[in-house]
Design a protein around this ligand. Structure first.
Ligand code: AAT
Length: 284
């Protein structure tokens, strides 16, 4: 029998391949091509337009890091908006805080949610939490129409700035995020990779736009083996809180959450950037 491999072009000259046991689903939704596979090494995974989104083995890294850094900076966050994140992993982490009152998730493509519920219960398990409301629409439009100060935290769990994800990397979008956040608000966004030039160009553009709007604008890093280069970033922007100076280590530890990637030392360490990344950010 022939071996089946999933291959992703990280750059024109570099590819990532994963041996596949079986392709379990494939469709073209209204917005994108969705494929689900089973693999030995990374378990079940899905791709959108041929790019890895989530797999069972390393999703904990991404979902820990998108969520807990903000909650350990402002443990009083009560109203959360998740944009994208159709697999449900980000919402799952947010639901772990009993004091959070409201979690709105705005995903453009309902099919990603329904297929994740079917094939990726490990991430989609908390989408039915009573605090969660799902909206199937464009996140860009949703923030335009949301009231001023209506959220304490916005988590932008988006695809790359191509196709439907493009609007979530625009100045107009970030301006609306600023308006929709309370005075203590925090914005975390999927911030691409500093490593290969084509992703680094996007991350510099995004940082430049956010830094012109928010008094606090930083980036932090984590290891995501299945994203291009494995070196990935989130952006941290806030009206008030600095993630290091205002880090509420003890308050967060009191929540008693068991996490596999995030911990209080990682919180500090993630903001310590390699020199080449620092230089890229100074440069913008
Ligand atoms: N939890 C990690 C998974 C993702 S998927 C990102 C989701 O964002 C997708 O389900 C996609 O349909 C949704 N999305 C894209 N654009 C929009 C939009 N404009 N409004 C609402 N939802 C949107 C993140 C993967 C990161 C990959 C990095 N290489």
């Amino acid at each position: 029998m022939l071996d089946l491999w999933y291959t992703e072009e990280w750059t024109d000259n570099c590819r990532f391949s994963l041996k596949v046991k079986e392709q379990i689903h494939s469709e073209q939704s209204e917005f994108q091509k969705i494929d689900f596979f089973k693999s030995e090494e990374f378990g079940t995974f899905f791709t959108l337009d041929g790019l890895m989104m989530v797999n069972e083995k390393d999703e904990f890294v991404y979902h820990d890091m998108i969520t807990h850094v903000a909650l350990a900076t402002n443990p009083n966050i009560k109203r959360v908006l998740v944009i994208g994140g159709g697999d449900g992993g980000t919402v799952r982490e947010v639901t772990r805080y009993p004091h959070i009152e409201k979690i709105d998730m705005v995903e453009i493509d309902e099919r990603v949610v329904r297929l994740s519920q079917k094939y990726l219960p490990i991430t989609a398990s908390k989408l039915e939490d009573p605090r969660v409301t799902l909206y199937f629409e464009d996140g860009l439009k949703f923030v335009e129409e949301s009231a001023e100060g209506s959220y304490d935290l916005i988590l932008v769990d988006s695809t790359d700035p191509i196709s439907v994800g493009e609007g979530l990397f625009t100045t107009g979008f970030y301006k609306n995020c600023y308006r929709v956040l309370s005075d203590e608000g925090i914005l975390i966004n999927q911030h691409e990779s500093p490593y290969f030039a084509k992703y680094a160009a996007e991350m510099k553009k995004a940082h430049n736009k956010i830094k012109n709007l928010f008094p606090v604008a930083k980036v932090y890093q984590f290891h995501q083996p299945t994203y291009p280069s494995g070196h990935w970033l989130f952006g941290f922007a806030s009206k008030k809180f600095d993630p290091i100076a205002d880090h509420q280590r003890e308050a967060w530890e009191k929540f008693g959450l068991k996490t596999r990637y995030y911990n209080s030392d990682i919180h500090t360490g993630a903001f310590a950037l390699p020199t080449f990344v620092r230089e890229m950010l100074e440069d913008v």
